[in-house]
Design a binder for this molecule. Structure first.
Ligand code: ARG
Length: 264
């Protein structure tokens, strides 16, 4: 009797282990692409900071929408994988790709050497440039004019890097915020003299806030920037998949159709 009980218990335990094993496998199956490189029906988690229209924002229904969403969806359609978007915030995009919680960073992310040391990027899909925004009545005219002025930026964005390059890393005149709209608001509130941000996003903000009384200053002292999708360093399989799809939508005109920018 006793022996039978133990046998039964062991069978139950063995089953539990097998089931747990299956479960664990299923949970991690959204990780790396399968060994054969096939991506059919795979679901990749996409991290973003969605206050960055026209690239990513939240619509009336609470959905993440924008050019990045459309571009990545077009790539996913070409390559037969699925994406699951999450609005996690700017710095968490980088942190969660590093720790593997997120697979793709799609957030108007500029490809640069500093980031390439820690992440891998697809080929570029959009050309961008920083610009300066001031109040309509400001007498600031160029980047050089900002040398001793108070500047607001999105933290660890390229605008932040440009401000540090101008004023030095330790400058107390630079105020860094979680996202670009807050940085603009700080300038409108009179807490800083100027904001630096990505051109398409600033122009979109002005379009959406026609009464804000803002003036934009373009300056070729800002270098051209290129957006790419970001993955964990060494995730060559996913990178290949994204690049292949991106090349397809460059070739068939879909990318240009989405962005309105003829970028190859
Ligand atoms: N292009 C800039 C950068 O890479 C700003 C990107 C900010 N993106 C966002 N979704 N808030 O640093």
């Amino acid at each position: 009797m006793k022996k039978r009980f133990w046998t039964l218990l062991m069978i139950v335990a063995a089953f539990t282990l097998v089931l747990a094993g299956c479960g664990a496998k299923e949970n991690t199956s959204t990780g790396d692409a399968p060994a054969d490189g096939g991506a059919k029906d795979k679901v990749y988690k996409v991290g973003t900071e969605a206050t960055f229209a026209p690239f990513e924002s939240i619509d009336d229904k609470g959905n993440i929408v924008g050019l990045d969403v459309d571009i990545l969806q077009a790539i996913a359609d070409e390559m037969g994988f699925k994406v699951e978007w999450e609005n996690i915030g700017w710095e968490p995009v980088f942190q969660t790709i590093k720790n593997g919680e997120t697979h793709i960073g799609a957030s108007g992310i500029t490809i640069n050497e500093e980031r390439k040391a820690s992440f891998d990027f697809t080929e570029p899909y959009y050309e961008s440039q920083l610009l300066i925004v001031v109040k309509e009545d400001s007498d600031i005219k160029s980047l050089a004019d900002l040398k001793d002025k108070k500047i607001s930026v999105q933290i660890n964005a390229t605008g932040h890097m440009a401000a540090k390059k101008l004023q030095g890393d330790a400058s107390t005149n630079i105020m860094a915020f979680e996202n670009q709209p807050v940085a603009i608001q700080e300038m409108l509130n009179g807490n800083v003299d100027a904001t630096i941000g990505d051109n398409a996003v600033i122009y979109e903000y002005i379009k959406a806030n026609p009464n804000a009384k803002l003036k934009v200053i373009e300056d070729d002292a800002f270098e051209k920037e290129y957006y790419g999708f970001m993955v964990k360093k060494g995730n060559t399989e996913l990178l290949k998949l994204l690049n292949e799809g991106l090349q397809k939508i460059k070739d068939n005109g879909k990318l240009a159709e989405i962005t309105g920018q003829d970028f190859k």
